[in-house]
Ligand binder design. Structure first.
Ligand code: HEC
Length: 215
């Protein structure tokens, strides 16, 4: 069956092929591409939503000397690995505040691994899909990532909770939601102390309200 291996040239060829495949598989593993985290769209919303509420790590209150409400603030005050470690050990977030989800911890860990840089953001620009917008499919994730740290049943900032369908609908029906996320005058700009939501997220919220806030 292995007659061809008896030929000297064939044996050398097989040996070379094995060596090449070992080298290339090692190279592939070494160069395994990890999608970089984009600070502005991946990291800052977590810090704004979960860390920089009133009395905590914002530019005014600077709890524990930390301002996590902007990249400049983070660079000036972030004690990098110490902070990540305390988040991972669950030391952060006193009673009454939402803890970080495992997905959020993963993003922070990837951000740490890339050296806390601003990262790569162009990869995030996918076309905005506003067809079939529902609370469950489109809106919940926007609120969870940007709002619920300050707006939940046990801590409803300004009287608004955004952690359930019913409370989100109530907020939308009040007419305050859209003006707040669009930063219109006469409204408090949301997320408070953070960057404006992306045009796509705002378009989804507007569409959701226009079609009657389906669950
Ligand atoms: C860091 C905390 C924080 C985050 C994050 C946050 N809010 Fe607020 N929000 C507040 C506070 C505090 C108020 C009360 C009014 C004020 O102080 O400006 C408020 C008020 C509001 C109001 C009432 C505004 C008005 O003018 O009547 C709406 C609506 C609202 N938030 C929606 C949101 C939405 C939607 C998000 C996410 C995109 C969000 N908030 C993120 C803290 C926050």
């Amino acid at each position: 069956m292995f007659h061809f291996l008896q030929n000297q040239k064939s044996r050398i060829l097989v040996a070379i092929l094995i060596i090449i495949s070992v080298i290339t598989s090692y190279e592939c593993r070494k160069d395994k591409y990890v999608v970089p985290v984009c600070y502005d769209t991946d990291v800052q919303p977590i810090l704004t939503n979960k860390c920089s509420m009133s009395g905590c790590h914002n530019s005014v209150d600077k709890a524990a000397g930390l301002d996590l409400s902007s990249y400049a603030g983070v660079q000036a005050s972030f004690k990098k690995d110490e902070i990540l470690e305390s988040i991972n050990k669950g030391k952060m977030h006193p009673a009454g505040y939402q803890s970080l989800t495992s997905n959020e911890k993963q993003i922070l860990a990837r951000w740490a691994a890339q050296g806390y840089t601003k990262g790569e953001c162009s990869l995030n620009s996918v076309a905005c899909d506003t067809t079939n917008v529902t609370y469950t499919n489109s809106i919940k994730v926007i609120f969870d990532n940007n709002c619920t740290g300050c707006h939940n049943a046990s801590n409803p900032s300004g009287g608004w909770a955004l952690d359930t369908y019913n409370s989100s609908k109530t907020c939308a029906q009040s007419g305050r939601l859209l003006g707040a996320v669009k930063w219109l005058s006469g409204y408090s700009a949301m997320p408070k102390g953070g960057n404006k939501l992306s045009d796509c997220d705002i378009a989804k919220i507007q569409k959701w309200i226009n079609v009657g806030m389906p669950n």
